[in-house]
Design a protein. Structure first.
Length: 127
């Protein structure tokens, strides 16, 4: 069964990992390869992504095996916290590494308020 989580600000400043009900998740989910520092802008910085809010969504995947992966979708976001270096991300389990578009669509469907509040439409960047 697919699962999507959201990392970022829900309705006020403060970056946390949230489930679909909006509850904060304090521990990294089983098999998720990224810790909080990577979710909190680390993936963007590691990729050399300039801190520009423009709707570009970058992605990667990882996990314990090719049959048990997480897909990460992350972007710079000032829709709640207006300070620099603020980002958001969806972390999705239950899709193959070859299905990033379907996984991203699933996450957007699970967190419509996050998607609707963006200044620019969210667009996945494919290599």
């Amino acid at each position: 069964m697919p699962r999507a989580l959201y990392f970022g600000c829900m309705d006020h400043a403060g970056h946390y990992l949230h489930d679909q009900r909006g509850c904060v998740i304090w521990d990294r989910p089983d098999g998720c390869p990224w810790d909080m520092p990577l979710m909190d802008g680390g993936l963007l910085r590691n990729g050399g992504r300039k801190d520009v809010v423009d709707g570009r969504v970058f992605w990667t995947c990882g996990g314990p095996s090719i049959n048990d992966i997480w897909l990460a979708f992350y972007w710079w976001d000032r829709s709640v916290d207006k300070r620099g270096a603020c980002n958001s991300g969806f972390y999705v389990h239950g899709f193959k590494h070859t299905e990033p578009d379907a996984a991203f669509a699933f996450a957007c469907h699970q967190f419509p308020k996050v998607v609707e509040r963006q200044q620019f439409p969210l667009v996945i960047q494919h290599p």
